[in-house]
Design a protein around this ligand. Structure first.
Ligand code: FE2
Ligand code: FE2
Length: 169
């Protein structure tokens, strides 16, 4: 397995770990409200994604990122803080995160060769669910969140930095 594929699995594992923590943070604040079921739905899908990469990390002997303890806290904090700003801000966070992951997975698929067809298919299946999450955010008022552009801009920059760090660290 190439170093590139190892990096892909490491960063995807970190990303799905962080995503599950973001929704956990949002659920801690908004879980009892009207958005509870949708947040639960997205968190359940992130857990499936995370389980798949957890398995790959073990089977393919990829070292996970050393930053997992940090993503544990930072992911939850991002979810809880945006949720505390209101449900629309939480949905805006979802749009920014999921758009970033959509592009990230699409780029990985472009780079993967035919020898990694199974991984490529898994990534595509997950990418479609990330797009579904983005659409849930858009359908639930994300763009009406106060400071939508600023908020999504900050979250996007943060996600891209997290991706870069988790590939190698
Ligand atoms: Fe995911
Ligand atoms: Fe997602």
């Amino acid at each position: 397995m190439s170093d590139q594929v190892k990096r892909f699995i490491r960063v995807d594992h970190a990303g799905e770990y962080g995503a599950a923590r973001i929704y956990a943070g949002q659920l801690a604040v908004l879980g009892r409200g009207a958005f509870g079921p949708q947040l639960e739905h997205m968190k359940a899908q992130e857990q499936v994604h995370l389980d798949a990469f957890n398995e790959m990390i073990v089977q393919r002997r990829v070292r996970p990122t050393a930053l997992l303890p940090f993503w544990h806290i930072a992911g939850f904090a991002l979810g809880a803080v945006t949720a505390a700003l209101g449900p629309k801000a939480a949905m805006a966070c979802t749009v920014a995160v999921e758009e970033t992951i959509d592009a990230h997975y699409a780029a990985q698929r472009e780079a993967l060769g035919p020898d990694e067809a199974a991984l490529s298919q898994t990534i595509e299946a997950f990418r479609l669910e990330e797009v579904e999450h983005r659409d849930i955010g858009l359908a639930n008022g994300a763009e009406q969140a106060p400071g939508y552009r600023l908020l999504t801009g900050i979250v996007r920059v943060g996600c891209r930095a997290a991706i870069r760090l988790s590939e190698t660290v």
